[in-house]
Design a protein around this ligand. Structure first.
Ligand SMILES: Cc1cc2nc3c(=O)[nH]c(=O)nc-3n(C[C@H](O)[C@H](O)[C@H](O)COP(=O)(O)O)c2cc1C
Length: 350
């Protein structure tokens, strides 16, 4: 028996996995005769979102970034109107393949934090459902091969459609809560990522000389984080590292600057921290304490990285530095740099 009159799906997606999930869910709902609308949250005006009624199922879908929903989704949920309708929380996370076994990604605090916020607003829950689609995070691991990408799409499409049908018939699914212990262990990393990691990461992208300034990356950036400085895309601190720009650049000119990151980490640890410990902390016992150091040092890291990133951006105008940056970027190499975009044919209705 169908439980809901309408379904509203709100999704955020960098490289298309979460968008595909929204489409798969919608397809199941429509086949069951339920009206289902999907909304890209980057195109919605907050003031126009009204509270859903009791007969509407609300579904939120977003990738996991640093063991949590990315800030854009968290902000959306935080500003979502109060209500009492049922909610399904879904995430897409880094699936990989060993033989025919899909290794699960790590959800961390994704569901618990957003459920907490939504519960305070009055919502109740039908499911927390993770989907192990191909990882798009080629900043930290080599891009997945075609077979893996296809296999993960096919399997997950079947699973999400089955899951959607079950939810529509009134089922609940909280199996992801079996991962609670592992999620709790990585929760501190999620907090560190939210307050430090993502700002650091935002400063690891650059465009090589292959960039023809088409402007697609900044035009399509979901958080308008890419500006043009000196005729070249420049990633501001607002970047959420969703990988949309890397996945869609027609020239494949966008890289992750691994060499630059290495130099930053070495200078920060060997020079900046040494100077702090030698000259700054001893000045006063008030600043020479563990808590103050814990608070100050990430700020120094981000400030230093941002300044160095700006200088690196200027030096990209010189051929020698540009080549140096490119050849020390793993994403430049074939064995690593396969750009990721979710397969379109799995998102189409045909
Ligand atoms: C910056 C960043 C952080 C990520 N962090 C995680 C993570 O903590 N756990 C995980 O399982 N996958 C992680 N991933 C992988 C993505 O969540 C996954 O590929 C997702 O399906 C991408 O969805 P999208 O195509 O809708 O953007 C991360 C990816 C990126 C780019």
């Amino acid at each position: 028996m169908i439980q809901f009159k309408n379904i509203d799906i709100y999704y955020f997606s960098g490289t298309g996995n979460s968008k595909n999930c929204a489409i798969w869910f919608q397809r199941s709902a429509q086949e069951a005769g339920t009206e289902c609308r999907i909304h890209d949250i980057t195109r919605l005006e907050h003031t126009k979102i009204t509270a859903p009624d009791m007969n509407t199922l609300v579904v939120f879908i977003s990738p996991v970034h640093g063991f949590n929903y990315p800030p854009i989704m968290l902000n959306f949920i935080t500003r979502f109107p109060r209500g009492s309708s049922p909610v399904v929380l879904m995430n897409t996370r880094a699936g990989m393949l060993i033989k025919n076994w899909i290794t699960p990604g790590l959800s961390g605090i994704t569901f618990y934090l957003s459920a907490f916020i939504l519960a305070l607003k009055g919502y109740s829950f039908r499911s927390f459902y993770p989907v192990n689609l191909p990882s798009n995070w080629i900043s930290v691991h080599p891009g997945l091969n075609e077979r893996t990408v296809k296999y993960l799409h096919q399997k997950n499409m079947e699973q999400v459609e089955g899951f959607a049908s079950a939810i529509l018939s009134g089922a609940r699914n909280f199996r992801s809560c079996f991962e609670l212990i592992q999620d709790a262990i990585i929760a501190p990393i999620a907090v560190l990522y939210y307050f430090i990691g993502r700002f650091f990461l935002a400063k690891t992208y650059y465009a090589s000389a292959d960039c023809d300034n088409c402007g697609l990356c900044s035009k399509n950036c979901p958080v308008q984080a890419i500006h043009t400085i000196r005729n070249r895309p420049y990633w501001t601190i607002h970047c959420e590292s969703c990988m949309k720009c890397l996945g869609n650049c027609p020239q494949k000119a966008i890289e992750t600057a691994h060499g630059f990151v290495g130099i930053i980490i070495v200078i920060y640890n060997l020079v900046l921290l040494s100077l702090m410990y030698k000259y700054v902390y001893p000045v006063s016992p008030i600043i020479d304490n563990a808590l103050i150091r814990f608070l100050i040092e990430p700020v120094i890291l981000i400030a230093f990285t941002s300044a160095a990133y700006f200088i690196a951006h200027i030096t990209l105008g010189f051929r020698f530095f540009e080549r140096l940056m490119v050849f020390t970027s793993l994403t430049k190499y074939k064995f690593w740099g396969r750009r990721y975009k979710a397969l379109k044919q799995y998102g189409n209705k045909s």
